[in-house]
Design a protein. Structure first.
Length: 188
C-alpha cells in the first residue's frame, strides 16, 4: 500500500514540474512575441558600412553568397507564405527585379517557412523572378534574428549596406520605396 502512495506522490510531483515548465515556457514565448523582451536584431548594422555576408541555399540546391554578387545591387528579402504583407510585396518585388536585372539588380528570397511547408514555398517561388530558399531558422547571420516580416536589406555595388530594413518602421516594398531606395543605386 505504501508503494502505491509513493508512486502517486511521484506522479503528482512530475505533473507539477511539467505544468510549471509549460507555463514558464509559455510565458517566455509570450514575452518574446509580445514584446516584453528586447527584439533580437543586428545592432551592428549601419548604412554605409560593409554588409554582412549571407548565403541563400536555393530550392533547387544551389548556394548563392551575397558576397559573390559584388558589383551588383542586392536585395535580401525575408518572407513567409503565411504572411499577407509578404504575399502582397513579392509580386511587386519580382516584377521590379525582372525589369532591372540587366542593370545589375539581384534579389535573394529567404523564406522563414519550415521544411513541412516546402510545397507552399515552391508554389510561391514558381511565380518569382528571383531565387528562393528556406532560411532554416529565424536567425540570419549578421542581420540578426528575423522577428518581423517582411523585412528587406539592400546592398550597393560596393558591398555596403544601403538600406537597413530594421530602421524602417514600415519596411515593405512599395513602388515608391523601390524608386526612392533602389533605382538610384542602379544608376551608379
Amino acid at each position: 500500500m505504501r508503494s502505491d502512495a509513493d508512486e502517486l506522490l511521484r506522479t503528482n510531483r512530475r505533473r507539477s514540474r511539467r505544468d510549471w515548465l509549460r507555463k514558464a515556457g509559455g510565458a517566455m514565448l509570450g514575452a518574446s512575441v509580445g514584446g516584453w523582451l528586447p527584439a533580437a536584431r543586428a545592432n551592428a548594422l549601419a548604412v554605409g558600412q560593409p554588409a554582412p555576408g549571407l548565403v541563400l541555399h536555393t530550392l533547387d540546391g544551389q548556394s548563392i553568397a551575397s558576397e559573390d554578387l559584388h558589383g551588383n545591387v542586392v536585395i535580401l528579402t525575408f518572407w513567409a507564405t503565411w504572411c499577407e504583407p509578404c504575399r502582397t510585396e513579392l509580386p511587386l518585388l519580382s516584377a521590379y527585379a525582372a525589369r532591372h536585372a540587366a542593370n545589375g539588380l539581384r534579389v535573394l528570397g529567404f523564406s522563414l517557412d519550415g521544411p513541412d511547408d516546402l510545397a507552399a514555398v515552391r508554389q510561391v517561388a514558381a511565380n518569382l523572378s528571383f531565387p528562393v530558399g528556406l532560411l532554416g531558422s529565424a536567425y540570419a547571420g549578421g542581420y540578426g534574428r528575423v522577428w518581423r516580416i517582411p523585412v528587406n536589406f539592400t546592398i550597393d555595388r560596393n558591398g555596403r549596406l544601403a538600406d537597413n530594413g530594421w530602421d524602417d518602421p514600415n519596411p515593405s516594398w512599395t513602388a515608391e520605396r523601390l524608386e526612392r531606395i533602389v533605382t538610384p543605386l542602379l544608376r551608379r
